[in-house]
Write a protein of this length. Structure first.
Length: 656
């Protein structure tokens, strides 16, 4: 402080002043030296002491008043010099007379203040004129960027607009300042992009902002298939910490569902993020009812930090072999065999014979076989296997299983199939087997015919494919269907085969292949028997309900026949609806239950034997004569199978 105010501190007027006045004088002195670095030291001290009555706490006003004092002091000095030249030599030197001494209790001239204000107004008007010279016409026609396309293309247009707006007057090119470019850029960003931009520091430069937006809204030319592959292949172990993993996953999911509306996009992003976590996390998210992806990311980060603290609080690992801390038995060095340079795995001296338990030879080279079977029998008796009590724990080994265990391990779910036509839509519920090894989705021919499959129109689609065991299935054709699993609709092409090839016991009539599972973003946990489609948990048929029993397929609405059907009760060779059948007449009344649960009385019961030797039973609901010919308005055809006790048993109901 003494170096800065050395001469001022020695002035007697400064020494006699109070501490408050000393502080004010020092501030005035500092402002004077700042405004005019070339002012003399003695003049600055005099002006600081004389300007104490004009002190103000506002720094801006203080600078203005000090500037006026400097101007007045300079004018007074010029005026004094001119007066001295005109006066005689008798007048003493008055150049050092203070302004305040010459004009005691002087007040600043109002005319000087007005001149200074006019100068400031002129400067501000010049600045306004310079701002007005920027041509923002091209900037005004730029569209608002909502993040639906590549930010790189939008930023190139913005830079062209800023170059066009640059002022090239007076022979100099004056570009738009960076601070104003940031404000203009924010004016063309949508609400969603601005929310994303608020996550970075507000004092970031234009380059930092644009680089961040380029990362968030990269080139949209990347196909959705590649994005889906990247999402599916992401692993937490590939990142340094969980925050980087969840941020990258959120960014990819946001790019994948960019074209969807806001509500649908949020639901799909949440479903994709949740599917990459374990079942406990999925249930926790469902219980919390999170609907915003940003809230989900914050929730998962907090949950991860809590789990890390719990892991830190756990006790240190202990080895049960050496009873030491810091490692487990699998990592214990004392348990592992110590291999030295002298021993070798491939040395024949260390080989043990399985026949005589001797060393130095293999069982194929053993001489004990030639000497007799006593030694071999004795060795086999010694090396008998102990029987251990079976553990009730559920096993997950890969050993051989019988047919019943394999059947119980099947994942069977309910599937809704639909097919749209011009006249309407046909739908049916089936049970489908989840088969990840199948590359195509397969349904039975019976279900396909109900959904409108016509064999004549699909003759060219017939073919065959090879199964894992080497056998071949002959396909009847293909057709496009809408597959609905837990309100998730998947349009896919399915292959049609015969029903007995899919499942002999009628447990399921559809095989859901990997093409449908991949289209629905399916996640399968075979250990817990859980299947999720687009984040929705699918109900899997329980093993307790799985029984080897005959399942009767649906009884659909009976068709009405447009043409009359002439049924002649003769023994052989007559035509019945285009089929050559053997008809037996039986007019005994029969009761049957329809699909709606109503019981009605059949008029006639006919047993029919077709050309292939299969026996069918035909029920006619209404039967009357038109012009002497019998007309069947509604019929049902039931297949008859021979039973072990003799006679026939009705198997499956089928429309005719």
């Amino acid at each position: 402080m003494e170096e800065r105010f050395g001469a001022l501190l020695l002035n007697p007027y400064y020494i006699s002043a109070t501490e408050v006045d000393k502080e004010k004088i020092r501030q005035i002195y500092t402002v004077l030296k700042t405004l005019d670095p070339w002012i003399r030291e003695d003049r600055a001290i005099r002006l600081a002491l004389d300007s104490l009555p004009f002190y103000t706490s506002n720094l801006g006003n203080l600078r203005d008043r000090c500037a006026q004092i400097i101007v007045l002091s300079a004018n007074q000095s010029r005026l004094t010099r001119n007066i001295e030249r005109r006066k005689s030599l008798t007048v003493g030197d008055q150049s050092n007379i203070s302004i305040i001494e010459e004009l005691p209790n002087a007040i600043l001239d109002n005319s000087t203040v007005k001149e200074e204000e006019e100068v400031k107004q002129q400067k501000s008007s010049e600045k306004v004129e310079k701002m007005a010279t920027y041509d923002l016409s091209l900037y005004k026609i730029l569209p608002v960027y909502n993040g639906e396309s590549s930010f790189i293309n939008f930023y190139e247009q913005f830079k062209d607009a800023m170059e066009f707006a640059a002022d090239d007057g007076e022979g100099e090119i004056r570009s738009v300042p960076e601070r104003k470019q940031i404000m203009l850029l924010k004016g063309k960003l949508g609400e969603k992009v601005l929310e994303r931009l608020r996550t970075i520091d507000q004092g970031s430069s234009l380059t930092q902002m644009t680089e961040y937006l380029k990362e968030c809204y990269a080139k949209y030319e990347v196909s959705k298939e590649k994005l889906r592959i990247r999402i599916n292949r992401m692993k937490r172990e590939d990142f340094k910490n969980y925050d980087e993993y969840i941020n990258e996953l959120f960014k990819l999911c946001e790019q994948y569902h960019m074209k969807e509306d806001k509500e649908t996009r949020n639901k799909l992003i949440i479903a994709d993020i949740v599917c990459k976590h374990d079942v406990q996390t999925q249930r926790a998210v469902e219980n919390c009812g999170i609907k915003c992806p940003d809230d989900l990311v914050d929730f998962l980060k907090i949950r991860e930090k809590r789990d890390e603290k719990a892991d830190r609080g756990m006790k240190t690992k202990r080895c049960y072999s050496c009873n030491k801390m810091g490692h487990v038995k699998a990592e214990c060095e004392e348990v592992k065999p110590r291999v030295t340079g002298e021993t070798s795995v491939n040395k024949k001296e260390d080989v043990v014979c399985y026949a005589c338990q001797g060393k130095g030879h293999y069982a194929s080279e053993c001489n004990a076989k030639d000497k007799g079977s006593d030694k071999i029998a004795r060795v086999r008796h010694v090396r008998q296997v102990r029987t251990v009590r079976k553990s009730p724990m559920k096993r997950y080994d890969h050993g051989q299983m019988n047919a019943k265990e394999k059947c119980n391990n099947d994942l069977v779910i309910n599937v809704k199939l639909s097919k749209r036509y011009k006249k309407g839509e046909r739908m049916c519920m089936v049970k489908g087997l989840v088969d990840t090894g199948s590359t195509v989705t397969i349904i039975s021919k019976k279900e396909a015919e109900y959904l409108g499959y016509e064999e004549k129109g699909y003759k060219d689609e017939e073919g065959s494919f090879v199964l894992a065991n080497g056998s071949k299935w002959v396909t009847e054709g293909k057709m496009m269907l809408d597959i609905l699993i837990e309100d998730v609709k998947i349009s896919n092409e399915v292959v049609i085969v015969r029903e007995e090839e899919i499942c002999a016991d009628g447990k399921y009539s559809m095989i859901i292949g990997s093409d449908t599972l991949m289209a629905g973003d399916a996640n399968i946990n075979f250990a817990t028997r859980e299947v999720t489609i687009m984040g929705r948990l699918v109900e899997v048929e329980s093993n307790k309900n799985v029984q080897n029993k005959e399942v009767v397929n649906r009884i659909s609405v009976v068709r009405r026949m447009e043409k009359t059907c002439d049924v002649k009760h003769e023994k052989e060779g007559k035509d019945w609806c285009g089929h050559k059948c053997v008809v037996k007449e039986d007019k005994s009344p029969v009761h049957c239950e329809s699909s709606r649960g109503r019981v009605f009385k059949m008029k006639e019961n006919l047993d029919v034997l077709d050309e292939e030797g299969e026996r069918w039973k035909i029920y006619s609901k209404k039967r009357y004569k038109v012009r002497g010919k019998p007309l069947i308005r509604s019929i049902k055809k039931v297949r008859l199978l021979a039973s072990e006790e003799g006679g026939y048993v009705e198997r499956n109901l089928k429309n005719f």
